[in-house]
Write a protein that binds this ligand. Structure first.
Ligand SMILES: [Zn+2]
Length: 247
């Protein structure tokens, strides 16, 4: 189904550990194929504990290290942290500018975000409310991809930083109720679980079993042992923007 040559991918997520739940297996298949993958974690993860004895700044530092370790498991060494406050994220223009800056710097052909339209999630015997940070990060990321990253007049301050417009070809969305692409992660599933378990402050064996079961059910969709589901949008190359690039 791949219509574009992909050599660079950017994965944008609200929290440390989001990528390991939904996309780390797929990332492992991409890095194995020689694709450069970078992560951007929008919040500092400081709301990841209800223990009154845990300080937010200490937890944020722990989660940063856990995320760097989890990324390394699947061949990702470029991890950017935007350090917005966990739990109260809004899709502001400032966040969109920060994500636009990163897209223009890294120039990925494919960007992975969570599905900004997912409010409620229901599965086999489970229900949950999608975390508003996931939707806020996804909405800001979606509109950073279009129109902000590829439109010269938006955020002229980025031009002043030397960051030229960039057109993204594909958006892959995790945590979606409308999956249309299932990636076979059977060969890398243990690596994915190892990456997930790097988040020691958040993840226990029960959570790992939940992920294993979700991946098994996704695998049934394409008759493999384990898979990850995505909603994928592909875009035509944006000719006018390319041809209007200054030489
Ligand atoms: Zn999350």
């Amino acid at each position: 189904m791949q219509q574009h040559d992909v050599s660079r991918v950017l994965v944008i997520a609200a929290h440390p550990d989001d990528i390991e739940f939904g996309a780390a297996g797929t990332v492992a298949t991409w890095t194995r194929a020689g694709i450069d993958v970078a992560y951007c974690i929008v919040t500092d993860g400081s709301a990841g504990s209800n223990d009154p004895g845990v300080s937010s700044s200490h937890l944020a530092e722990i989660r940063r290290q856990e995320q760097i370790e989890a990324a390394a498991c699947v061949g990702v060494s470029d991890v950017r942290f935007l350090d917005y406050q966990d739990g109260v994220l809004q899709p502001t223009i400032e966040l969109r500018r920060d994500l636009t800056r990163l897209i223009r710097e890294l120039r990925p052909q494919r960007v992975v975000i969570s599905d900004p339209t997912t409010v409620l999630v229901s599965g086999d015997g489970f229900h949950y409310i999608n975390h508003p940070d996931h939707r806020a990060a996804a909405e800001a990321a979606l509109y950073a991809i279009f129109p902000s990253a590829e439109s010269r007049p938006i955020f002229p301050e980025l031009l002043a930083e030397g960051l030229e417009p960039h057109h993204v070809n594909e958006v892959w969305m995790t945590l979606t109720n409308q999956p249309d692409v299932f990636v076979d992660i059977t060969d890398v599933h243990e690596i994915k679980l190892n990456a997930l378990l790097c988040h020691r402050s958040q993840i226990d064996q029960q959570a790992a079993r939940f992920v294993r079961e979700a991946d098994r059910r996704a695998g049934e969709q394409i008759s493999v042992q384990y898979a990850e589901p995505f909603r994928v949008m592909t875009f035509y190359p944006e000719q006018p923007a390319e041809s209007s690039m200054p030489s």
